[in-house]
Design a protein around this ligand. Structure first.
Ligand code: KG4
Ligand code: ZN
Length: 331
């Protein structure tokens, strides 16, 4: 089954062609970073406008570079939510209209399930059940994944998402947007042990997160070192990254221990973080587990993961009619 995936939930316009939920024939991601950069974050109205401009060329490019014609598409899978309503509507309405015009079925996909499914696009995916840490700009949670479509949320952030904390700290340090990858690069030049930022574990045996404390702590550090903090930016970035990745990896490993899972995975934009990937590989080895880590290009928003997630409903004949709508928050 050849599926066209479409993703427009935030600031990436993406389309991909994926075979049988596993083999990527093409994947195009058009990032709007430059549009939002001057504002230090995503401006929803600008994002929707850019999606409208980009959706047709991006889908055309995905079909062209897959080397198959649109007549070979069997179905369309599109992100339904959560995300920015105006942005979601662009991809969603396009997908409905295109599926109608081609006379093929279509399905709406939960963006978070899409992220978790990104690991199945890799050659060595985990067997079920496994534990997945999903850390993105809007969500941070730990999931017990029982099948492609059955995922139990074991715990999630009570305030900021991990990626949001990266973005806010980058902004405080004047590093710009998007913050995650810039903090990652800046941290490589710093000493992670020089500044000890707090690790917020909440209940250490539970799986909820809180990242607002560390953000405040970085802000206070900047205020109390107003004269010299500019020379310490790499150490601040490294100290912050070390604290956040300590908590993320601890909870992931602990969840796997508690549920007796030997296989773990990570997903979402923050999963592209080098230090997090390193730590999870090391810790998995220490506890006799196997870490399945998608390529960085599959961690950030993309449409291949949406096609992969949509496939499992579509092969069972689950399709949607044109009345279905998008949603902004998790249902
Ligand atoms: O999954 P994603 O592309 O979009 C959402 O669904 O939110 O995640 C974006 C988030 C942003 O907050 C970004 O700063 C963060 O992922 N991110 C990173 C890195 N690359 C992206 N955070 C830490 N280290 C990175 N290398
Ligand atoms: Zn995402």
């Amino acid at each position: 089954m050849i599926i066209l995936g479409i993703e427009t939930s935030c600031d990436e316009t993406a389309a991909a062609v994926v075979e049988n939920g596993r083999r990527i024939l093409s994947s195009v991601v058009l990032s709007q970073t430059e549009v939002h950069h001057p504002y230090g974050g995503v401006v929803p109205e600008l994002a929707s406008r850019k999606h409208i401009e980009a959706i047709v060329p991006v889908v055309k490019e995905a079909i062209k570079s897959s080397d198959i014609g649109s007549d070979r598409l069997d179905a369309i899978a599109v992100t339904r939510g959560p995300g920015l309503i105006g942005s979601l509507l662009v991809g969603f309405s396009f997908a409905k209209a295109y599926a109608f015009a081609l006379g093929i079925p279509w399905t709406g996909v939960n963006h978070l399930e899409g992220h978790i499914n990104s690991v199945f696009l890799e050659p060595d995916p985990p067997p079920f059940p496994f534990i997945s840490l999903l850390a993105s700009g809007g969500h941070t949670g730990i999931y017990y994944v029982d099948s492609y479509t059955k995922m139990e949320l074991m715990g999630q952030t009570r305030d900021d998402a991990a990626g949001e904390a990266f973005d806010k700290v980058a902004k405080m340090l004047g590093l710009g947007y998007p913050g995650g990858s810039i903090i990652g690069k800046t941290a490589e030049k710093g000493d992670p042990l020089k500044i000890n930022f707090p690790r917020t574990y909440l209940d250490k045996s539970g799986f909820d997160f809180s990242f607002s404390g560390i953000k405040t702590s970085v802000s206070r550090f900047i205020q109390t070192h107003a004269d010299e903090y500019k020379d310490m930016i790499p150490d601040i970035a490294a100290g912050f990254q070390e604290a956040v990745t300590d908590v993320l990896s601890y909870k992931l490993i602990n969840a796997a221990k508690q549920r007796g899972c030997e296989h773990i995975s990570i997903a979402g934009g923050v999963a592209a973080n080098k230090r997090l990937r390193e730590k999870i590989n090391i810790e998995a080895g220490l506890f006799g587990m196997k870490a399945h880590i998608p390529a960085p290009s599959l961690c950030g928003d993309n449409a291949a993961m949406i096609a992969a997630a949509g496939y499992h409903g579509l092969i069972k004949g689950i399709t949607q009619d044109l009345n279905l709508d998008v949603f902004s928050r998790t249902l």
